[in-house]
Design a protein around this ligand. Structure first.
Ligand SMILES: [Zn+2]
Length: 429
């Protein structure tokens, strides 16, 4: 209904305008050179309208002709963009599904349609990695790393590749570049921590360790590595405060204090750690500054006076007493260790030495030594360092398990009893 009304209104306006033109009075004349044109006003107005309409149509045709190539290019670009986006989506789906062939094909297609954008380069690199084409991935990552807007993505990929190749020098350089491109990222911090551990850079490893990391182990290793004395003492103190039962921490702290001329403080640290958890290396360090055997025995007595119930104290006292010529004391402490049920090789070797010192080169002495040495071959192994995570044994303490790579998992304790040792012990008994 509204359309009908509009048509009627338009018709009325048209008729009104036509009527007005038709009723226009006067005439229009124009002289061009020798020619003179003359027409009535309605004809002149109509002619002007027709001329204007023709000029307008011609102008529009020219504009369309000029803009057509550009419009066609734009339309093609839109179409390429649309098809390229579809290829990007398909490549992402293939990557998520682990479909190697599709991922590489669609990533290549996306790159062809959309060019080397950050997205298409990253897709091509990841598809290459998925297909095991590390060379192909590396080329794409390098192109990415050269782009100011996506350098971090490229460096991240190159860093991952370098770490997988265990090329630690290249990985360290890439980590520094990635840090400069995008500072303080959680992922990069974790990667740098792994890198520091793999390259035995304990100062960095401690600095980059997260809150749950065993700081005592890292700080003890970092202290041993530190070249600056003040930094060494600070790191060793940190390690010792974190875990006083860790012999490496006490030993590192004592060594740094001694290097600083603070022997008394070093002995206090070693004594406190011994009381927290006795370990032969702590006793050895405690007595290391003393040269004569009687002084060493006296030092052993000072160290162990509050821990006589511990078998390590008895063993340290027995060995120091023997070296000082106090054979009866040595026998007493060894017997006290034996009374706790200790049946380790080191005890029987100590008893053999005591027997030699007691009886010398006599028949009884040789018999006692032979008996002790026979027991030593059948006894349990001495305590060793073992990884609490994977069970691998190690000759000495290390901040990281060489087998499973876990930090601070090495514990000093009894060696696992093998079946042959257990049977031998039963037979000997
Ligand atoms: Zn392990």
């Amino acid at each position: 209904m509204r359309r009908v009304i509009l048509v009627l209104v338009a018709a009325c306006v048209f008729i009104g305008v036509a009527w007005l033109i038709y009723r226009l009075p006067g005439s229009v004349s124009a002289t061009v050179g020798p020619y003179t044109f003359s027409a009535g006003s309605p004809v002149a107005v109509l002619t002007a309208i027709v001329v204007f309409a023709v000029l307008y149509i011609l102008l529009r045709i020219i504009v369309v002709l000029i803009s057509t190539p550009r419009r066609l290019r734009r339309r093609r670009a839109v179409r390429r963009r649309r098809v390229g986006d579809v290829a990007v989506t398909r490549a992402l789906v293939a990557l998520a599904a682990g479909d190697t062939g599709d991922a590489r094909r669609e990533a290549g297609r996306a790159r062809k349609l959309l060019g080397d954008t950050a997205q298409t380069l990253l897709l091509a690199a990841e598809a290459g990695r998925l297909a095991g084409r590390e060379d192909e991935a590396e080329v794409a990552f390098r192109k990415l790393s050269a782009r100011p807007d996506a350098a971090f993505l490229g460096l991240r990929g190159l860093l991952r590749q370098a770490m997988e190749r265990e090329n630690w020098a290249e990985a360290s350089a890439l980590a520094r570049q990635a840090e400069a491109a995008h500072p303080a990222t959680v992922w990069l911090r974790q990667e740098r921590a792994v890198l520091a551990i793999r390259t035995n850079n304990w100062v960095d490893a401690l600095h980059l360790a997260d809150a749950d990391a065993p700081k005592a182990a890292l700080a003890a290793a970092a202290a041993a590595q530190a070249t600056n004395p003040a930094q060494g003492i600070r790191l060793a103190r940190q390690a010792w405060k974190e875990d006083r039962t860790l012999p490496a921490a006490a030993l590192a702290y004592a060594a740094k204090l001694r290097a600083d001329g603070r022997e008394s403080r070093a002995q206090t640290i070693l004594r406190e750690s011994w009381q927290a958890k006795p370990h032969p290396d702590i006793a050895a360090s405690f007595m290391s500054s003393l040269r004569d055997a009687p002084s060493r025995y006296a030092a052993a007595q000072r160290l162990t006076k509050n821990t006589l119930r511990d078998v390590e104290s008895r063993l340290v006292l027995a060995r120091a007493a023997l070296e000082a010529g106090k054979v009866e004391d040595a026998r007493f402490h060894a017997a006290a260790a034996r009374a706790t049920g200790l049946n380790q090789r080191r005890l029987w070797l100590l008893l053999a030495d005591i027997a030699e010192a007691e009886s010398g080169d006599t028949e009884a002495g040789r018999l006692a030594q032979r008996d002790a040495l026979r027991h030593s071959t059948l006894a349990e192994q001495d305590p060793i360092w073992r990884c609490s995570a994977c069970g691998t044994s190690s000759t000495g303490w290390q901040p990281v398990c060489p087998a499973c790579g876990k930090i601070g998992t090495l514990r000093w304790g009894a060696a696992p009893v093998s079946v042959s040792t257990a049977l031998a012990s039963q037979t000997a008994a």
